[in-house]
Design a protein around this ligand. Structure first.
Ligand code: 13P
Ligand code: SF4
Length: 355
């Protein structure tokens, strides 16, 4: 939670931002952003709005305006409980949709209409209907990084924070065929973590036939995160060469051959928890690079390898300026078809029960 959430004056905001961001963000940039951040916080209080900030937000925004920060699962749970009239989601569009699915009566704003996600765009509701026909009786688990119409076709949602728990529950209930969409790598990495076989939904029939019907099987789709798919085993080797004692943490959207080589894989919350709670000489994060900046600012006693190699353009569309405009103009409002919303609510509620 942001320590600026108590209504702060312009001077207090300036002091906090300079102290928190020194050495992370150039002074001149902090100075340029202080008044915008203060303006947002004033409007937020006047409008009874809550600001949810994903861990990938740029450091000056992340450390000044959100009432809550976190990963997709944490922010969805907060969205489910908020009493604010307006939810401003400083994250990507599917996150705003999840908040709207949970809060049909509230205004939900995402500051940029361009903030998409290659995973959400990598599968349609029709694709899921086809998969259900191809694998009759299979249970469908959909990563929260999807749009509402895809969720509406699903039995469960999950995030990278509870994918293993959702799959474990389904296996305990006796499910043998689990369609896990749309991220091929998250599906395979989670299957490997749980010791389950994994097949791409388009694999040869002979490969499906070779797996006993009594053996739980994870069936994946072909979408990838356009950011995490770019990490390679060479990146891990290069970090180890220069920082032999670094603990390397990777997001499970990374390719399996990368996950094999790192010290720990987990959601962005798991990375925050690790850096806060576990002592290590150095920490290196294989994920969107604002995370490293945000953690370096919050935990100045920790040493982070600050190699900014990959950015998510979608997350980076969310700026302080656009967030101010979002509040001033009540834009961009998330609107959903009511039938789809009601259907999508079912797998989201099931997900929130499995934390
Ligand atoms: P988290 O749920 O781990 O925050 O991940 C969201 C995301 O978009 C990762 O690329
Ligand atoms: Fe989507 Fe990847 Fe960006 Fe996350 S980092 S929002 S999964 S494109």
């Amino acid at each position: 939670m942001n320590t600026l959430q108590v209504r702060a004056s312009l001077d207090e905001t300036r002091k906090f931002m300079h102290e928190r961001l020194q050495g992370i963000v150039p002074e001149i940039e902090i100075e340029a952003k202080v008044e915008i951040a203060h303006g947002i916080n004033e409007l937020k209080h006047e409008m009874n709005a809550v600001i949810l900030g994903h861990n990938y937000m740029e450091p000056a925004l992340y450390h000044s305006i959100p009432d809550y920060t976190g990963d997709s699962l944490q922010l969805s749970s907060i969205a489910a409980r908020t009493t604010a009239d307006i939810i401003v989601f400083c994250g990507v569009w599917f996150m705003g949709e999840t908040a709207k699915i949970l809060n049909p009566g509230k205004t939900v704003l995402v500051p940029s209409e361009k903030a998409g996600c290659s995973l959400a765009e990598g599968i349609t509701a029709a694709d899921i209907r086809n998969l259900k026909e191809k694998f009759p009786g299979a249970v469908v688990v959909t990563y929260v990084n999807t749009y509402a119409d895809a969720k509406a076709e699903s039995d469960y949602c999950c995030t990278s924070g509870n994918a293993d728990k959702v799959l474990t529950k389904l296996i305990e209930e006796g499910h043998k065929r689990i369609i896990f969409l749309p991220d091929a790598y998250l599906a395979e990495n989670t299957a490997t973590q749980l010791g389950l076989p994994y097949l791409d939904s388009e694999a040869d029939e002979a490969r499906f036939a070779a797996i006993s019907k009594d053996q739980p099987l994870v069936i994946g789709w072909k979408a990838k995160c356009e950011v995490h798919e770019l990490f390679t085993p060479e990146d891990v080797a290069n970090i180890r060469k220069q920082y032999a004692d670094a603990v390397i943490l990777a997001h499970p959207e990374c390719p399996p051959e990368v996950i094999d080589l790192v010290d720990k894989s987990g959601s962005t919350k798991a990375m925050v928890d690790y850096v806060r709670d576990k002592d290590a000489p150095w920490y290196a994060l294989l994920t969107e690079c604002s995370m490293g900046d945000n953690l370096a600012a919050e935990f100045p006693h920790r040493k982070l390898v600050r190699a900014c190699t990959l950015r998510c353009k979608h997350m980076n569309y969310i700026t302080l300026e656009d967030t101010l405009n979002a509040l001033k103009n009540k834009q961009y409002q998330v609107e959903l078809d009511e039938e789809i919303r009601k259907q999508a609510l079912i797998p989201i509620q099931r997900m929130l029960e499995i934390q």
